[in-house]
Design a binder for this molecule. Structure first.
Ligand SMILES: [Mg+2]
Length: 151
C-alpha cells in the first residue's frame, strides 16, 4: 500500500466516550422518554437508508477513498455514517450491550467461522465450509451476495 493511501481512525473518542456524550445530549433535551430500543432501532435503520441514498445512482466503479466524490459529498457521508454510529451506540446503551466486548466476541466468532485457509479469496458463506462441501458449491462474488454482509 502506498503511504498516500494509508488511512486510520483518530484514537478518540472511544465508544464509551461516545455513549456518555450522546447520553448527555439526550438527557439535556429530555429525550430519554423517546429512546426505547424499538425507536432507536428504527432510527438506526432510517439512517442506514440515508447512507444508501448517497450511494444511490453512483457509478458501479466505486473505488476506495471515493476519488470521484466531491469534498461536500464526503462530508455528507461522514455525517450520515456518524448518525448510524450514534444510534448504534445509543441502542446498545439502552439494551445494556457492552458494545466493545460484544464486538471482540463477534470478531472471534467470525475468525472461527471463516478460517483463513478456507476463506482466503472466497466469497462463500461459512455454512458452505461445513461438511466439507465447499468444492460442490462454486460461487462467484455475485452469486452469494450475503457473504461478508451477514456474518
Ligand atoms: Mg442522517
Amino acid at each position: 500500500m502506498d503511504s498516500k493511501d494509508k488511512f486510520e481512525f483518530s484514537s478518540s473518542p472511544s465508544l464509551e466516550e461516545l455513549r456518555q456524550m450522546q447520553g448527555k445530549f439526550c438527557s439535556d433535551r429530555k429525550w430519554e422518554q423517546f429512546h426505547t430500543p424499538r425507536n432507536l432501532l428504527l432510527a438506526l435503520v432510517g439512517e442506514v437508508g440515508e447512507v444508501s441514498e448517497l450511494f444511490q445512482w453512483k457509478s458501479e466503479d466505486c473505488r476506495d477513498g471515493l476519488p470521484d466524490w466531491s469534498e461536500e459529498e464526503k462530508t455528507h457521508l461522514g455525517e450520515e455514517l456518524s448518525d448510524v454510529l450514534i444510534y448504534l451506540v445509543r441502542l446498545a446503551d439502552k439494551c445494556k450491550v457492552d458494545l466493545p466486548t460484544a464486538v471482540l466476541r463477534k470478531l472471534a466468532i467470525n475468525n472461527n467461522k471463516y478460517p483463513v485457509e478456507k476463506a482466503r479469496g472466497s466469497s462463500k458463506k461459512y455454512t458452505e465450509y461445513v461438511n466439507g462441501n465447499e468444492d460442490l458449491n462454486q460461487h462467484t462474488k455475485s452469486s452469494s451476495p450475503d457473504t461478508n454482509g451477514s456474518l
